[in-house]
Design a protein around this ligand. Sequence first.
Ligand code: AR6
Length: 229
Amino acid sequence: ASIASVCDKEVEHRNRNLPHNLSGVSTVSVSDIPTLAFPSISTADFQFDIEKASDIIVEKVEEFLSKVTNARLVLVDLSHRSMILSMVKARAALKHIDSDRFFTFVGDITQLYTGGGLHCTAIANAANWRLKPGGGGVNAAIFNAAGPSLETATKERAGSLSPGSALVVPLPSSSPLHKNQGVTHVIHVLGPNMNPQRPNFLNNDYKKGCEVLHETYSSLFNGFLSVLK
Ligand code: AR6
């Protein structure tokens, strides 16, 4: 049932937000409520437990929504079969979180407007500590879609990221992600890593891991707050 409702939400948002005529539109010009789209940090390549991550996502979303009135958050994943979307959606419903201000969405985070009719001000990236393009997952997708100007703008601001922290990068207007999708900011975050093949491996220490994932979402949502101001 929860997977079906994820689909329903997608259809609903497609209908509500679909631009009137996508063909020939080269620049996004929509003024919506400021929106941050984010992937589930650490739960794929970094192998973090999805039950624990779902609890943390919903808790941090609730905390953010209590601080801000005019903004919304969207958890994105690629597939209708996404377990993390189903779990988060079920937990958010149990907590009666307003589904206009927080919802799950199936789609590629780099094509939310042209592919799904969803305009997002900012998107979050599950980055690596070197803030380098490539490496697979959402990081590779975002750096690819944004073009070289994202790497340049990122490098101007920081050379690396520590686990739990975020870096807000304004996207140059020349970036295709800005021009075509209307995204003005990328917020890089580095989550906790439970994959022995990757740096900063936490060796199944979920006490530390949960602390770091809490910090990661705090840093991400505070970064989005700074964009709103
Ligand atoms: N659109 C939406 N969601 C996506 C996309 C996309 N294009 N691609 C992946 N996801 P991951 P992590 C979802 O592995 O676990 C990288 O190599 C995916 O299904 O990207 O934090 C970095 O360089 C999952 O739900 O991030 C780091 O080294 C979520 O995004 C490392 O992986 C996160 O998956 C970070 O690992």
